[in-house]
Ligand binder design. Structure first.
Ligand code: PGA
Length: 241
């Protein structure tokens, strides 16, 4: 793992955006694995600026998102479809037909899981996967478990995740309790992974994920076994490393 400690959220976002921009310039038809949440918002804003200034062109890029809530309408303010539209798709020139987000309202969620992994495989696989980390160590929505998940799967969200994500909802009872997520196995197939970690609240889990034993109780710890991971972590989150 290439662990880079940077000053703060802004520097983390700048460094990450440059890695993504370089990937797309190097391979214009890159397949990007994208994340939602507070962590990548700054990166997406910088990429929007880079696109506006003509520094990078996303016309041939394909994207696959990590996850989506189940049972929340796509049009809901808090769906990851809406997040992606607001922060990425309306700002960059990615062709709509090349964007993919799991359908948390599919009639058969099982079929949706299988077909999502198939679509990723058919695209040639993810070149660069962007990740944040949950305070329980989840990547995507892969919560602590007795074994690492393999392909895209349906998960029950942990109380700590529901609590953390309730900051976006009017009421905690409105946070969905299940989600569809790329599995840890799906994520591990990406050729390169970029994990971003920011803020004091993530310090303990960052230490466990990056320096602790590889265990399904901390999904992100599996990344220690991936041959090409860059971790960009700010000083607050990296204080225990
Ligand atoms: P955050 O979420 O970026 O909003 O902290 C990270 C995650 O839950 O994966």
């Amino acid at each position: 793992m290439d662990i880079r400690v940077v000053k703060d959220y802004e520097e983390m976002s700048r460094v990450a955006a440059e890695i993504i921009a370089r990937q797309v310039r190097h391979k214009p038809e890159s397949v990007l694995g994208l994340a939602t949440g507070s962590t990548p918002e700054g990166v997406y804003a910088i990429l929007a600026d880079k696109f506006k200034s003509g520094e990078v062109d996303f016309a041939k890029v394909s994207t696959f998102n990590l996850d989506e809530y189940c049972g929340l309408p796509e049009s809901d303010d808090q769906s990851y479809h809406t997040f992606m539209e607001n922060h990425v798709f309306s700002k960059l020139n990615i062709a709509p037909e090349n964007t993919h987000i799991p359908d948390g309202n599919a009639k058969s969620l099982e079929k949706e899981c299988a077909s999502y992994d198939q679509k990723i495989a058919e695209s040639g696989g993810v070149d660069l996967q962007i990740l944040g980390i949950g305070i329980d160590g989840h990547i995507g929505f892969n919560e602590p478990s007795s074994e690492f998940s393999d392909g895209t799967t349906i998960v029950h969200l942990d109380e700590s995740t529901i609590e953390a994500n309730s900051r976006f909802f009017i009421d905690k009872t409105l946070v969905p309790t299940t989600a569809i997520t790329m599995g840890v196995g799906t994520i591990m197939k990406a050729r390169q992974i970029l994990l971003m970690i920011s803020g004091e609240k993530k310090a303990e889990i960052a230490y466990k994920a990056l320096k602790g034993p590889v265990t399904p109780l901390v999904s992100a710890s599996k990344l220690q076994e991936h041959p090409n991971v860059t971790v960009i972590i700010d000083e607050a989150a990296g204080r225990l490393l």
